[in-house]
Ligand binder design. Structure first.
Ligand code: PMP
Length: 426
């Protein structure tokens, strides 16, 4: 159970304790609350009471805590030490094609891990680091919008529509609407997009929330694509070919599980778009944190070493084997629990040949996209079981759907299954 235990505190409420000595090592996504959580009825579905019912399980965010046991085992092999006098300048590399804030070893580690995994073409492309891929998403939008605006005056007062096929990752629209940009605007579902003129389509593949592999759906003149490949790693999905879109986004958060480091990177083909992105990065934050880059470099190199045929004696245990095994086991257990509960359905995924594993494999998505068969509000039913999930409406679809984080800690995932088993159809 990844170094955690459940014990009663002085008030008789359950809480999840983390056995680690430093409290920033690992939360468990579980909040201590009052109340017994018994006897709740919703949507014609009953559940009976069980132990630990008073503990809230947070499966709403995509926090990747499942990777903790892997990295706990590695720990000192990936330590970095930074002296007070190091990494002081704004500049990390003035010769790096304009990305002055980026350490060359970070750029090389990104290229190396993509070469080893075969999930994206990264050689002869611009690699642009950001504070997570969340930052790079808006940076890419601004850069693409300014390439359109600088090429012609036809679109001076035009806000470039940004679309994504539903169900879409909830933060895209939310970030755009919050940003209130004058150069682009969120237009929602790409399948309903009919307007002529420049537009940007975001393609998330495999998709968050439903795990499906995707391609652009609009395919009209003037279209630009940002491909979000946060989950295009072998633990989540078969790697069928190296992705080679104009603008691709990746994040350390889902590649290795180090979400707190806030490191993402864009792989960009076109020089003008790349230069515009660097300009936005410069104006917004004068680049990214060098400490984060250094840590990401260490972690990505460690992962790549695990698959380096030149290394024989000192080859680390593979991160992707670990991630694939944990997720495959969880999906198997979840499918069995969902079948015996009967209230929900889950998507089926076709297997495909994975170039990385060298065999046919089943996808193991990072989220379970669950549909409440009776209709009604699935997230409400889950919250009655003290399970936080994300409602389908945030992804542009019905409230009968919920997204459940499959990357939480073992203890949270197991409690989730336990509570699912208390649901009884009327
Ligand atoms: N894109 C997708 C599809 C995601 O699921 C997430 C994280 N949930 C992000 C981007 C943002 O990742 P980061 O932590 O790098 O900001």
């Amino acid at each position: 159970m990844c170094g955690v235990e459940i014990k009663k505190n002085g008030n008789g409420n359950s809480e999840i304790n983390n056995n680690s000595t430093r409290n920033y090592e690992n939360g468990n996504g579980i909040t201590k609350i009052n109340g017994n959580g018994n006897g709740i009825t919703s949507n014609g579905v009953h559940h009976s009471s069980r132990q630990n019912d008073d503990v809230v399980i947070n499966l709403d965010q995509g926090d990747p805590k499942m990777y903790f046991p892997y990295w706990k085992n590695v720990d000192d092999k990936c330590t970095i030490t930074i002296k007070a006098s190091e990494l002081m300048s704004y500049f990390a590399d003035v010769s790096n094609g304009g990305v002055f804030y980026q350490m060359p070893e970070f750029t090389e580690a990104v290229r190396r891990v993509h070469r080893v995994v075969g999930n994206a073409v990264a050689d002869d492309r611009y690699i642009i680091g950001g504070t997570g891929s969340s930052q790079l998403f808006t940076v890419a939008l601004k850069a693409l919008a300014s390439t359109v605006k600088s090429s012609t005056t036809d679109y001076e007062n035009y806000r470039i529509p940004v679309v994504c096929a539903e169900p879409y990752y909830s933060c895209y629209g939310e970030a755009l609407e919050e940003g209130k940009s004058e150069v682009y605007k969120w237009e929602g579902d790409a399948n309903k997009f009919k307007v002529d003129g420049p537009y940007i389509e975001v393609v998330t593949t495999p998709n968050n929330p439903d795990g499906r592999c995707r391609e652009p759906v609009v395919n009209k003149e003037g279209g630009m694509v940002i491909c979000d490949l946060a989950y295009y790693w072998p633990q989540y999905t078969p790697i069928t070919a190296p992705a080679d879109y104009d603008v691709m986004l990746f994040t350390l958060s889902k590649a290795t599980g180090h979400a707190g480091s806030r490191v993402g990177w864009a792989i960009v083909k076109n020089k003008e778009v790349a230069m515009n992105m660097i300009k936005v990065m410069t104006l917004e934050t004068i680049g990214t944190c060098h400490e984060g880059q250094l840590r990401a470099t260490k972690l990505l190199d460690f992962v790549a070493d695990g698959y380096d045929d030149q290394l024989v004696d000192d080859k680390p245990d593979g991160l992707f084997e670990f991630g694939h095994r944990v997720l495959a086991e969880r999906w198997e257990k979840l499918r069995a629990a969902v079948e015996s509960c009967g209230a929900f359905s889950l998507p089926d995924f076709p297997s495909d040949f994975c170039n990385f594993w060298g065999k046919h494999c089943q996808p193991n998505p990072a989220y379970a996209w669950m549909e409440l068969k009776s209709g009604g509000e699935a997230a409400k039913l889950m919250s009655e079981l003290k399970i936080r999930t994300r409602c389908g409406t945030r992804f542009g679809v019905s409230a009968k759907y919920i997204r459940v984080n499959m990357m939480e800690s073992d203890v949270s995932f197991n409690l989730f299954l336990e509570r699912l088993s208390t649901i009884k159809l009327e």
